[in-house]
Design a protein around this ligand. Structure first.
Ligand SMILES: [Zn+2]
Length: 428
């Protein structure tokens, strides 16, 4: 396939957290799979962060003040979400003490990283989990020239990774897990004004698309595969559906497009940190995905909801079995429930299922399955789905059958999930 440009992946560092909460899809990046099956979020929607500061804390050609302003501007984009004219999120960002200048000589005092395939120390001090920095900081680091990215991700990594971010510390409060620290590194090598074979360059507005993606991870969002077909078209030089590319797509495809939050991004953040108006003004659709026998449920199926009046822009998705409270081997958990949020009363939607792209693994994964669930066919369900009044909950039974039955047979599983966070260069 003819590529418009090299595809550069986003990476988030989650290997610290894989044992207790697991990586997750269709909205939250972490779920308490040991106990409640609930999304792990910042408590009460209050997100803490600390910014690198000082005249040396630049980001490519941006001064520290410009980089700081950019982060705050893009946090506001996640905060001021509206859907159909309704304000739908309830998030508060709290800036903590500035961090001073950070580079390769002192980054380890601020950033915690557990590379793939490396055994990281288990912190025994409850309620902190594995890999905790326990600094009380939630650092957002400006990697002026890519050197910190190379140090943390391996030599040469700064040529392909625009940034990486994610929650890093989870605490149990009253029996529920919450994110209490996050971290992010933004790679300024992409906006340093130098373009050659060893130094990629992107427009600052396009780079903002990378930052908003990483800040999405920072607040707890996962990747989404909505409009995969539009991305495939885009990479084949057909840009007619570029407005359909979500910010949280696992790849950096078109930074300018990904800078503006897609319907799916807005629904995802609103479902995790909802305003009262989001709950009261929109409907949700609940259902369950089954294997071919119609009895055993199936995890890891991407369920896609599309407004028939605007199927590329007004579309959202969820992955079945994402909120599974139990351990599964190679995603064989008998739990296929899903919930789709953000349906507008009176609108008509189609529902379809598809597999997550097999190459979306490791740092670009959409879980709960890594590798993705496979062995079933995509299909569009019969009929259209709609709700009449605000706040209604509908099921797939509204128009069709109460269950989605896939073509996947019940078979013995032979593979195990790899997990972890690994750097891969992804190409379609
Ligand atoms: Zn990402």
């Amino acid at each position: 396939m003819n590529l418009k440009q090299p595809i550069i992946i986003f990476l988030f560092s989650l290997s610290l957290l894989l044992r207790v909460p697991s990586v997750l899809a269709g909205g939250p990046i972490l779920v308490d799979t040991n106990d409640t099956g609930q999304a792990v979020l910042w408590q009460d929607g209050i997100v803490h962060y600390n910014l690198e500061s000082g005249s040396e804390a630049t980001l490519g050609t941006l001064s520290n003040a410009e980089a700081v302003a950019l982060v705050k501007e893009l946090f506001e984009d996640w905060q001021n979400v509206t859907l159909n004219g309704v304000s739908t999120t309830s998030i508060t960002f709290v800036e903590g003490e500035p961090l001073g200048s950070i580079d390769t000589t002192n980054v380890n005092s601020h950033f915690t990283y557990c590379p793939p395939h490396k055994q990281c120390p288990l912190n025994q001090t409850t309620p902190f989990n594995r890999g905790s920095a326990e600094t009380g900081e939630s650092p957002i680091l400006f990697d002026a020239d890519g050197s910190m990215t190379d140090m943390l991700e391996g030599n040469g990594a700064s040529q392909s990774i625009l940034g990486f971010a994610g929650p890093r510390v989870i605490e149990s409060v009253g029996g529920r897990l919450y994110i209490t620290e996050g971290q992010a590194v933004l790679n300024g090598k992409f906006i340093d004004g130098i373009r050659n074979s060893g130094n990629p360059e992107t427009d600052i507005n396009a780079y903002k698309g990378a930052i908003i993606h990483e800040l999405g991870h920072f607040i707890g969002l996962d990747h989404t595969q909505v409009n995969l077909a539009s991305v495939v078209k885009y990479l084949s030089d057909d840009t007619s559906e570029k407005e359909g590319i979500p910010s949280m797509f696992p790849l950096y495809v078109d930074g300018q497009e990904q800078l503006s939050l897609h319907y799916d991004d807005k629904v995802a953040v609103s479902s995790l940190y909802p305003s009262a108006a989001f709950i009261s003004s929109f409907c949700k659709l609940e259902g369950t995905v089954f294997r071919l026998d119609g009895t055993q449920e199936l995890q890891g199926v991407n369920v896609v909801l599309q407004d028939i009046s605007d199927p590329i822009v007004e579309t959202t998705s969820a992955v079945s079995g994402a909120l599974y409270a139990g351990s599964s081997n190679a995603c064989d958990g008998n739990f296929g429930d899903y919930t789709l949020f953000g349906l507008i009363p009176g609108h008509q939607y189609t529902l379809s299922i598809e597999a997550i792209r097999p190459s979306f693994r490791g740092g670009s994964s959409i879980e709960p399955c890594d590798p993705p669930q496979a062995g079933f066919s995509a299909k569009i369900l019969t009929g259209v789905f709609s709700c009449d009044s605000e706040g209604q909950v509908i099921t797939t039974g509204t128009q069709d059958s109460p269950m989605i039955v896939t073509t996947k047979q019940v078979t013995a599983l032979t593979t195990t999930s790899g997990g972890g966070c690994s750097l891969i260069q992804e190409r379609f």
